[in-house]
Every structure is written in structure tokens, then in C-alpha cells.
Design a protein around this ligand. Structure first.
Ligand SMILES: Nc1ncnc2c1ncn2[C@@H]1O[C@H](COP(=O)(O)OP(=O)(O)OP(=O)(O)O)[C@@H](O)[C@H]1O
Length: 244
């Protein structure tokens, strides 16, 4: 399966000299070590993260916007520490979960898309304008007043993405955004990701999603075992899996 890429993107990271930096980062759940001593500087516009089930990818993704704090080390977003400057970090780094039901909280589509803006104290008229624009962009305008839980799986994922993008974060982390989708919706979400202006970091088992990416990280047993362009990174991942 290949995803069509409509246009070459003109994505630019807001400040390439900064980006997201991990310094000596390890993470444990209780006494279980899941990430071990990771040093990275993420500045590219499109970064993929791949690896076996349970290798630590979701934990890695959650570190990037402070959903998970590092047990040791530091995660810095444009120099802001996720452990101590969480609010500011969350404004800069949006997070899209694998399962949109984890993200959709309000009864109607428009209310759900407006939720984050309301939280930030954005005035009602600006809120309405930004929500209308983002719902239009993702083909959800006709559903604005419909119950969010009645949307199809693909529409729910688009709503979850809309709810993040309406906040205008500089960077967006996606944790397996196409895993629950059929081929048509997976392609649609791939196109949506491709067209974003933001820096994008995508955890995925869908390797075709990485076509055209700038950099791909391979995680295995909580360690970074490859950090390369998509071709060599995917080859390293396949070789790793063949040895199992
Ligand atoms: N909240 C938690 N408490 C305890 N252990 C956890 C927790 N979350 C994840 N783990 C464990 O940490 C390890 C890494 O999990 P993680 O979800 O980061 O892996 P993953 O690479 O994203 O896996 P998958 O590809 O299956 O989604 C796994 O062994 C998992 O069981």
C-alpha cells in the first residue's frame, strides 16, 4: 500500500535551531524500565518513530509534550522543560492519540473542536471563526451540530486532529494515527499530515506513512537503535524483526 502525496510540502519548523531536545532521558513505570538514556535533538519537519510492540514508542511520544515526565533526564521544547513548564509546552506541542475516543469529550462536533480554545480563554467570536475554519478544512462542517460519538471512525480521527490544530501548536505528535482506520481514511489522514505546516512526529506501524519523511527513529527495547532517513531506518527495522 502506498499513500499518494498530493503536493511537495513547504513545511518549516518554527525555529530549527531549537526544536525538541531529549537529554539523557530514561523512563520507568514502577520498577520497569521502558526507555533508556536517550539523547536526541528533533528539528526536522517530518520525523517518524517505528519499532516492535512494547518497544517504548508511545512512551517516547508522550514524553514530547509532557504527558509523561522523564524519570531521569530532561525533555526541552524550544528550551522549555516539560517537567516544569508544562502549560507552555502543551501550547506548543499538540498530541493526537491512536483512538480518537480518548480525545473527544464534548457532545457535539463543534463543541468538541472548541473545547481547547475555551480552556485557553479565547473569546467566543474568535472561537467560532477558528472552529468553523478547521471543521471546513477537514470536511466536517456539515456535522458541526451532530453528536460527536456518532461520527464514523475516520471522521472521529479528523475531529481529534481538528481539535488539536485549532489550537495552532507549532508541533504535532501523532501516536499511531491510522492504525484503527480503513484504507481510505488512513490515506486521508496521511494526506492531512502531509499538508501540515507544523513540525510533525509520527509513531506508526504503517511504514508507507514515512515516505518522504526527513528522519526516522527505530526504537527497540527502550533504546534508540537507528536514526536515519526512511529507507535505511525501515531496512534496519525489518532486519531487526527478521532476527526474532
Ligand atoms: N502506564 C503504564 N504502566 C506500566 N507499564 C506501562 C504503561 N504504559 C506502557 N507500559 C509498558 O511499557 C512498555 C512500553 O510501552 P509503549 O506503549 O511505550 O510501547 P509501544 O512501542 O508504543 O507499543 P505498541 O506498538 O504496542 O503500541 C510496555 O511493556 C508496556 O506494557
Amino acid at each position: 500500500m502506498r499513500f499518494g502525496r498530493p503536493q511537495p510540502r513547504s513545511a518549516a519548523v518554527a525555529d530549527p535551531a531549537r526544536g525538541i531536545e531529549l537529554r539523557g532521558v530514561s523512563h520507568r513505570y514502577g520498577d520497569r524500565a521502558v526507555l533508556d538514556d536517550i539523547d536526541l535533538h528533533l528539528t526536522e519537519a517530518r520525523i517518524g518513530v517505528i519499532g516492535a510492540n512494547g518497544s517504548g514508542k508511545s512512551t517516547f511520544a508522550r514524553l514530547l509534550n509532557g504527558l509523561v515526565p522523564p524519570t531521569t533526564g530532561q525533555v526541552l521544547v524550544d528550551g522549555l522543560d516539560t517537567a516544569t513548564q508544562l502549560r507552555e509546552v502543551r501550547r506548543r506541542v499538540g498530541f493526537v492519540f491512536q483512538d480518537p475516543d480518548a480525545q473527544i469529550v464534548y457532545p457535539t462536533v463543534a463543541e468538541d473542536a472548541a473545547y481547547g480554545l475555551e480552556n485557553q480563554g479565547v473569546p467566543a467570536d474568535e472561537r467560532a471563526e477558528r472552529v468553523a475554519e478547521v471543521l471546513d478544512r477537514y470536511g466536517l462542517s456539515g456535522h458541526a451540530d451532530h453528536p460527536a460519538h456518532l461520527l464514523s471512525g475516520g471522521q472521529k480521527q479528523l475531529l481529534a486532529i481538528a481539535g488539536v490544530l485549532v489550537m495552532r501548536p507549532a508541533r504535532v505528535v501523532f501516536d499511531e494515527p491510522t492504525t484503527l482506520l480503513d484504507l481510505v481514511n488512513a490515506r486521508r489522514v496521511a494526506r492531512v499530515i502531509d499538508e501540515l505546516e507544523q513540525q510533525v512526529i509520527v509513531v506508526t506501524h504503517q511504514l508507507d506513512l514515512l515516505d518522504g519523511f526527513d528522519r526516522v527513529l527505530v526504537v527497540d527495547g527502550g533504546r534508540l537503535v537507528e536514526d536515519a532517513a526512511p529507507g535505511p531506518a525501515v531496512a534496519a527495522y525489518r532486519a531487526l524483526m527478521e532476527r526474532r
